[in-house]
Design a protein around this ligand. Structure first.
Ligand code: ARG
Length: 558
C-alpha cells in the first residue's frame, strides 16, 4: 500500500521517492506524506496550499479510484491519507495469492557473516550464545532479502592458552574423562593450570615453550592440539543444532599461521612497523587510538595480527563480499585498530563492518554468572529454560511433546536475545523471558498455536471473497500484514533483529485482540466467517515466517 501510494504521489508531484509514513496515531490517517513541505521549500511557496492541491488530486485521480478514501491536510503541510476497504482487500488478496514476498532489495549482493567464533578448550558462555543467536538471525535476514551469505565460524583455536592446556594435560590429564566429556576436562585443566601457576611461576615458561613447539609444528603437540580442537567442535555441535546455526567455513585463528609473516612484511614495507622495547608495534596517533601491538618480544603473534591476516584473506578471496563481524562491543578497540591499520595499508576496508552487540546482564546489572560466580554457559541457559517451560506446562496440567518444550524454550531464549537493539546490554530475567502473555517468544508461540486451532476448528474454508471485511480492526490487521516485508528489509539493512521482534509482538497483540473481539467460529454470516479465517491464516503464516527468521520454530500446541 505504502509503495502504491508513493508511486501515485510521485506521479502527481514529480518528486522522486516521496516519503510516505505510517502515522502513530490513527487520527492522522493510515498513511501520511510530508512531500508538500519539501516542495514548498523548493518552490518557496506555501506548504498548506501545495498540500491542499495534492489532496485534491489524490482523491480525484482516476488511477486511485476505489483506493483512496480521503486525504486531509494537516498543519504545517502534511497530507493524511485513508484507504478504502477495497484497497485493503486487494493487498490481502495479493499476500494470500503469492505469500509474503520480501523485496529482494539486496539481490546480487554477497556477504560473509562471521559469528559464534567460540574458543577451543574454553567454555561456550552466554555471550557466545547471544552472538550465535544474533549472527544466525542476521544471516537469515540477509538471505531473505537476496544476499548470498557465507557463514563463518572463526574458531579461537590458536594462542598461548594452548601451551597451557597441553602442559596441564601432560601433567594432570585424565584420559577417561577426556573421552567421556572432553570440554569439561579441557576447561578444568585450564583452570587447574592457572591455580598451580600461582604457586609455581615456572609453569608459565613451560607453557610458552610448549606453544612455541606447537607453532614450530612439533608432531606430538600438533596431534594433541588437533584432538582438543576436534573435541571442542564436537561439543559445540548439539548447541548449534538446537539454535539452527550452521557454518560454511570453520577456518579459525590457526589457519592464518602461514599468512602472518606476509602481514609483518607488508606493514614494514609501508613503514608502519616500529620497534618498541623489543616488540613491534603500529602507532595510531592520527586516529587517536592506542598503540597496536603486532608482534611480541618473543616473536609470538597476537589476536590483532591474526585478524589482519584474516581480513586480508577475506578481502582477496571474497572480492565482492561485504564482511560482517558479529563480535561483542567489548572488542570495539580491536576492530578500530584493525580497520585503521588496514586503511593505512590501502586495503578496501569499507567492505568490513564490526556488527557489535552488548552484554547479557543479571538482574543486578553484573555479567550473568552462576551462584559460584562462574560464567554461565550457553547450554546451561538453554537447559534451564527447557526445565522451566516443562514446569509451567506441568503446572497447568497440560501435556505437550518434549520437542515442543525444547522449541518453546529455545525460542524464548532466542527472542529475549534478539528483541533489543543489538548494541544494548540485555537485563536477563526468567520471568520476562517466559511471560506467556507478554513481549516474549512464548507469547508468539501461544498466538501461533491459537490461530492454528481456530483455523482447524473453522473447517479450513478455501473458497472466499474478502469483501465482507470492513471492521476497522481487521483493516488495521491487514495494514500490519502489509508492513511485514518492509520491516524485514529494514532489519536487514540496519542489521537489527529488534525491528522484526517488535513487529511480531505487535502483530501477535493485534491478532489476539482481533479474534477475541469479533466472532470467528460463531460468526453467523458464513461468507464473513470465511473471509475472517482467510485473514487469520495469512496472519498465522506471516507470524511463522517472522518467527523462523528469529530462529523460533512455531509449534501447534502450547
Ligand atoms: N574467539 C573470539 C572470542 O570468543 C571472538 C573472535 C571474533 N572475531 C574476530 N575476527 N576477531 O572472544
Amino acid at each position: 500500500m505504502q509503495e502504491l501510494l508513493a508511486r501515485a504521489i510521485s506521479r502527481l508531484t514529480g518528486v522522486e521517492n516521496p516519503t510516505v509514513t505510517v502515522p502513530d496515531l490513527a487520527e492522522h490517517g493510515h498513511f501520511a506524506t510530508p512531500v508538500a513541505l519539501q516542495l514548498a521549500k523548493e518552490r518557496k511557496a506555501n506548504p498548506m496550499g501545495i498540500a491542499a492541491e495534492l489532496s485534491v488530486s489524490l482523491v480525484g485521480d482516476p488511477e486511485l479510484e476505489g483506493i483512496v478514501l480521503n486525504a486531509e491536510v494537516a498543519a504545517p503541510g502534511f497530507v493524511n491519507i485513508r484507504l478504502t476497504p477495497q484497497a485493503h482487500h486487494r493487498v490481502l488478496q495479493e499476500i494470500i495469492d503469492r505469500g509474503q514476498q520480501v523485496f529482494q532489495s539486496r539481490l546480487g549482493e554477497k556477504a560473509i557473516v562471521e559469528y559464534s567464533s567460540v574458543n577451543v578448550a574454553k567454555p561456550i558462555h552466554v555471550g557466545h550464545l547471544r552472538n550465535t543467536v544474533l549472527g544466525a538471525s542476521i544471516a537469515r535476514l540477509l538471505e531473505a532479502t537476496g544476499t548470498e551469505v557465507t557463514r563463518w565460524n572463526y574458531l579461537g583455536d590458536w594462542g598461548t592458552q594452548f601451551g597451557k592446556v597441553v602442559v596441564a594435560y601432560q601433567r594432570w590429564g585424565n584420559e577417561e574423562q577426556l573421552k567421556a566429556d572432553p570440554l569439561t576436562e579441557l576447561v578444568s585443566l585450564y583452570v587447574r593450570f592457572h591455580e598451580e601457576a600461582k604457586a609455581d611461576a615456572s609453569l608459565e615458561d613451560e607453557a610458552r615453550a610448549m606453544f612455541l613447539r606447537l607453532e614450530q609444528g612439533d608432531d606430538e603437540v600438533r596431534a594433541l592440539w588437533q584432538r582438543f580442537r576436534d573435541a571442542s567442535v564436537d561439543a559445540a555441535m548439539p548447541l548449534y543444532e538446537q539454535l539452527g546455526a550452521r557454518f560454511d567455513t570453520w577456518d579459525g585463528e590457526a589457519s592464518l599461521e602461514g599468512d602472518l609473516q606476509g602481514i609483518i612484511d607488508e606493514l614494514s614495507a609501508k613503514g608502519l612497523l616500529e620497534e618498541s622495547e623489543g616488540a613491534r608495534v603500529v602507532k595510531l596517533e592520527e586516529e587517536k587510538l592506542p598503540v597496536a601491538l603486532i608482534q611480541k618480544t618473543d616473536g609470538a603473534s597476537l589476536y590483532l595480527t591474526r585478524d589482519l591476516a584474516l581480513l586480508k584473506r577475506r578481502l582477496t578471496r571474497y572480492p565482492d563480499h561485504r564482511i560482517l563481524y558479529v563480535v561483542a562491543n567489548e572488542q570495539a578497540l580491536n576492530f578500530q585498530q584493525l580497520f585503521a591499520i588496514a586503511k593505512r595499508l590501502g586495503w578496501p576496508v569499507e567492505r568490513a563492518v564490526h556488527v557489535k552487540y552488548g552484554l547479557v546482564l543479571s538482574g543486578d546489572g553484573k555479567k550473568l554468572s552462576t551462584r559460584e560466580g562462574r560464567v554461565v554457559t550457553a547450554q546451561e541457559v538453554l537447559d534451564e529454560a527447557a526445565s522451566r517451560v516443562a514446569d509451567i506446562v506441568k503446572e497447568r496440567g497440560d501435556d505437550i511433546p518434549a520437542e515442543s518444550v525444547t522449541a518453546i524454550a529455545t525460542g524464548a531464549v532466542s527472542y529475549a536475545l534478539l528483541k533489543d537493539q543489538r548494541t544494548s546490554d540485555i537485563p536477563f530475567s526468567w520471568e520476562r523471558l517466559l511471560d506467556f502473555g507478554g513481549d516474549s517468544g512464548p507469547y508468539l508461540q501461544y498466538t501461533y498455536a491459537r490461530l492454528a486451532s481456530l483455523i482447524e476448528k473453522s473447517g479450513n474454508v478455501s473458497a472466499f471473497t474478502l469483501d465482507p471485511l470492513d471492521d476497522p480492526r481487521e483493516l488495521e490487521l491487514i495494514r500490519t500484514l502489509d508492513q511485514y516485508a518492509p520491516t524485514v528489509s529494514r532489519a536487514a539493512a540496519d542489521l537489527q533483529t529488534s525491528h522484526v521482534a517488535l513487529y511480531l509482538y505487535q502483530l501477535a497483540s493485534k491478532v489476539n485482540g482481533y479474534y477475541q473481539a469479533v466472532p470467528i467460529l460463531k460468526d453467523e454470516h458464513a461468507a464473513r466467517q470465511a473471509a475472517r479465517v482467510a485473514l487469520l491464516k495469512s496472519a498465522q503464516q506471516t507470524l511463522a515466517s517472522g518467527m523462523q527468521l528469529l530462529g523460533i520454530s512455531p509449534v501447534e500446541r502450547v
